[in-house]
Ligand binder design. Structure first.
Ligand code: GLN
Length: 327
């Protein structure tokens, strides 16, 4: 069955989701990174980016928050763009760990590879792969430039967050050295860790995440700029990774509930991709026990139900507007 959705039905779903969730008081801000503890907990925004680049927003969608683990998505894509999806599968992997995002146990259990670029170990490994290796400044340009192209606007590090993360990232330091021990760091380990920490500290808005998700949904063409950012064959690869591990040890619960591939970050952001249709994002700082925003999950789950976005269902959503033309 095909269900046609349009700007109006999506806008209504966003507003209804906002009203339904705005008073939810569940969860609490991340506190293991001091900066995140102090972000106002009541911030809440939802954004959708349609195939013609139009943005629908409700709430705090212009507030810049820490991208955190959502940054694992663009860097995994960039690694696949530079090396090919197979090589990333071979060097990092694509399996769920079923364990927390910063698990050292997961590395010990799977000492043949770091599991997936969407957990800390695999993301640090992906940062080590980014070309040109041996040149951290140029690698950083590649990472931020790629994210900006996905989002259709520039991005910058939140300096205070970067300091806060760098001063407290001892667990991630252990991960980097352990991966080095297993031959899964493809450049200098401490430089890879620093790139990872810096990319997590980039400030983004929910609106930017929605555009980035829409670029993925559109097979790599940014619907705002019409620029091709990555090869279209990488969309099913990255969407599969998001579906597999986007919410860490709660990923099964999320997928069971929504059937919507998405990726969370401890800054409170979640980016969701509806392949061939649109990009969605939601932001609210308080998190569940796995580090996923409680309110953003609720809002996106509400929208998925409202618009029949579950990819495993028998209804396929299509947009009443055409896909973006490549410039
Ligand atoms: N920078 C955070 C960390 O490495 C990101 C974690 C997350 O968003 N799940 O711990």
């Amino acid at each position: 069955m095909i269900r046609k959705i349009d700007k109006n039905s999506i806008g209504e779903a966003l507003r209804a989701a906002y009203d339904h969730c705005k008073n939810d008081a569940g969860g609490k801000n991340a506190d293991y990174i001091p900066y995140l503890k102090n972000v106002p907990s009541n911030l809440f925004g939802i954004a959708a980016c349609l195939p013609d680049g139009e943005l629908l927003t409700v709430g705090d969608t212009d507030f810049r928050f820490g991208i955190e683990s959502v940054s694992k998505v663009p860097t995994a894509l960039l690694a696949m763009e530079q090396y090919g999806a197979r090589e990333v599968l071979h060097k990092i992997g694509a399996d769920a760990t079923g364990l927390p995002f910063n698990s050292i146990m997961a590395i010990l259990l799977e000492n043949d590879h770091p599991s997936t670029p969407l957990v800390n170990a695999g993301a640090i490994s992906a940062c080590s792969m980014i070309r040109p290796t041996g040149d951290p400044a140029a690698k950083w340009q590649a990472i931020t430039g790629f994210l900006a192209e996905l989002a259709g606007s520039s991005v910058a590090v939140i300096d205070e967050l970067y300091r806060s993360e760098s001063e407290t990232n001892f667990n991630n330091r252990s991960i980097a050295w352990l991966l080095k021990n297993y031959g899964r760091i493809y450049d200098d380990p401490m430089q890879a860790l620093d790139l990872y920490t810096r990319q997590c500290s980039i400030g983004v808005t929910a609106a930017q995440l929605a555009v980035a998700a829409a670029t993925i949904a559109a097979g790599g063409v940014n619907p705002l700029t019409h620029k091709r950012v990555f090869r279209s064959e990488l969309t099913p690869r990255i969407v599969a990774l998001m579906a597999t591990v986007g919410f860490y040890e709660h990923t099964g619960d999320w997928l069971f509930e929504t059937g919507l591939p998405a990726k969370s970050g401890v800054g409170g952001g979640i980016m969701a991709v509806v392949p061939g249709v649109m990009g969605l994002a939601a932001f609210a700082p308080p998190l569940d026990s796995a580090g996923n925003s409680v309110k953003a999950q609720k809002a996106l789950s509400f929208i998925a139900r409202e618009l029949d976005l579950n990819l495993f269902g028998t209804t396929r959503c299509t947009m009443a507007v055409p896909a973006p033309a490549e410039a």
